[in-house]
Design a binder for this molecule. Structure first.
Ligand code: CIR
Length: 258
């Protein structure tokens, strides 16, 4: 999949109150550093050929820089999700007008209660979507999602998320059949036909690397995973997202790409 557009939202000062499981860090994020890191992230997206729309921060939503969660987009359609977390659910209303600038109304769909979903649980592999069933995404959400994507010739299937927040924290697809995953996800039969690299526990955060137009963006500080990705022949862009990591945010979370 070749991307031409990116949508991001600058972090708000309230990011220091973002939700966290403490899965990656027990520290509080620093807003100023987060803002700088966000700027670097955007620069890399631009370098990789995306035209990036940078939305203004939303103080009332501490996690709103994680624009991947309130919507799932492809070049053909957009699905507005439905977070079960009260502090995140309003983000869908904020992203909707922006998506209307890119998509016809008929190509915008809505996950509705009792269905819940966040985009971090949706992993696209060519014409198939793996949907993680997690604390944020339920069966009913996955069912509605399947109905929408099947109109466009896509398929989807579900995978339980047992280790933490979102599916894409534990399994990511690069391209050419290459996949990075946790040892737990590696046990799932769904992924057995991929060329799998099991990321070691001490580098778990690096699973969420981001393939964009031939290059892989990799978080800074994970040499083993970085070297593996390089050994596959990919050019890499290393990016520091430490402040977002403190509130469970990784690379894919920070943008919508289509
Ligand atoms: C949350 O818990 O909702 C945020 N602090 C982190 C969201 C990360 N999003 C993602 O992985 N797609």
């Amino acid at each position: 999949v070749e991307f031409t557009n990116g949508i991001v939202r600058k972090p708000s000062k309230s990011m220091v109150e973002g939700i966290t499981t403490g899965m990656f860090s027990s520290e509080n994020p620093k807003y100023e550093d987060g803002l700088k890191q966000h700027g670097q992230y955007v620069k890399i997206l631009e370098k990789l050929g995306l035209e990036v729309l940078v939305l203004e921060p939303l103080e009332e939503f501490p996690d709103s820089c994680f624009v991947e969660d309130p919507a799932v987009v492809t070049d053909k359609f957009a699905i507005i999700t439905n977070s079960p977390k009260e502090s995140r659910n309003g983000e869908k209303v904020e992203i909707e007008p922006t998506l209307k600038n890119y998509f016809d109304n008929k190509d915008i769909y809505y996950i509705e209660y009792p269905g819940t979903m966040e985009g971090g649980d949706v992993l696209q592999v060519d014409n198939h979507f793996y949907v993680g069933l997690s604390e944020r995404t339920n069966d009913e959400g996955a069912k509605q999602f399947n109905e929408f994507v099947s109109k466009y010739g896509f398929t989807s299937s579900t995978v339980p998320v047992t280790e933490g927040l979102h599916l894409k924290d534990f399994v990511i697809y690069l391209d050419d059949n290459n996949m990075l995953l946790s040892s737990e996800m590696n046990k799932a039969s769904e992924f057995k036909d991929f060329n799998r690299y099991v990321v070691e526990k001490d580098e778990l955060y690096a699973i969420n690397s981001l393939f964009i137009n031939g290059t892989v963006m990799v978080p800074e500080g994970y040499p083993k995973t970085l070297n593996y990705i390089k050994s596959l022949g990919y050019p890499v862009e290393v990016v520091n997202t430490d402040e977002f990591k403190k509130i469970d945010g990784s690379l894919t979370c920070l943008s919508l790409r289509f």
